[in-house]
Design a protein around this ligand. Structure first.
Ligand code: SF4
Ligand code: SF4
Ligand code: SF4
Length: 246
């Protein structure tokens, strides 16, 4: 019997589910040979309520999402958070800096009274989560790595060191040398520092490493004559829920 896999989305742009489909033909065939995908709204209309592994995308930002997520947790043997919104709250948590009625008014204007909202949170703020596939959007190779580990009954090995390690391995010049700020020193690696290699800097979409060295990040800022406020602004985009830079 192949394990039954289901995908679910909560508050998000569904980009991580879309990226889950971004596998090459061989990878898709390998995946379909190993698991039965019984629930995936972007791919098929048929649905089953009986599944073993649930991939959950999106953060929780409405009361009605809480019992739905709890029901998924009750059914699945394994719950995997898919993408930054689910893993760390992500961009949805930007609204947490506002009163909720103000956030509703900005988005819905005069129709705000028809909608409800609560401060956004990652899914592990509501139910226990077994594994995380990080990033905005996710990296499909990492998704496959997690699926393979689950099928082998192993714990997926996800880096717990900063993006700077991969950035230096890629031969990049540090953006601090160019007067920019970067969250690489405190962000969990696994993306090959793709944003820096592509000419930008790290926004922290993979979340913090365990036990991030915030003082070290501040020391780097000081060394380059930059301010904590500059990095806090970047930090807010994905990591508002963690709020460790306060
Ligand atoms: S993590 Fe990014 S790509 Fe994925 S659902 Fe959230 S906003 Fe979209
Ligand atoms: S701070 Fe940013 S640019 Fe500098 S090494 Fe680290 S990840 Fe690369
Ligand atoms: S470099 Fe930073 S922002 Fe870019 S993908 Fe990696 S963790 Fe995300």
């Amino acid at each position: 019997m192949k394990p039954k896999v289901a995908f679910f989305d909560f508050t998000c742009c569904e980009g991580c589910q879309l990226d889950s489909l971004n596998l090459d033909a061989g990878q898709v065939l390998d995946l379909l040979a190993a698991v039965d995908i019984v629930n995936f709204r972007e791919v098929k209309t048929e649905r089953e309520d009986n599944y073993d592994i649930a991939f959950v995308e999106g953060s929780i930002s409405r009361e009605s999402e809480i019992p739905r997520l709890q029901a998924i947790r009750d059914q699945a043997k394994v719950v995997v958070a898919l993408g930054a919104c689910a893993c760390i709250g992500g961009v949805n948590c930007l609204k947490n800096h506002l009163p909720m009625d103000e956030a509703l008014r900005i988005v819905y204007g005069d129709d705000a009274k028809y909608y409800d909202t609560i401060p956004a949170r990652p899914i592990d703020a509501v139910v226990p989560v077994d594994y995380y596939v990080r990033g905005c959007p996710i990296n499909t190779n990492e998704l496959l790595k997690v699926v393979k580990a689950l099928l082998l009954g192993k714990k997926p090995e996800i880096p717990n060191y900063p993006v700077c390690v991969e950035c230096k391995m890629a031969g990049n010049v540090c953006v601090f040398e160019r007067g920019m700020t970067c969250l690489g020193p405190v962000t969990r690696a696994g993306c090959d520092a793709i944003c820096v290699t592509g000419g930008r800097y790290c926004w922290g979409c993979r979340g913090l490493v365990d036990d991030p060295n915030i003082d070290s990040e501040k020391d780097i800022l000081q060394k380059y004559g930059l301010t904590v406020e500059q990095v806090v602004e970047k930090f807010k985009i994905y990591n508002s829920y963690a709020e460790v830079l306060k």
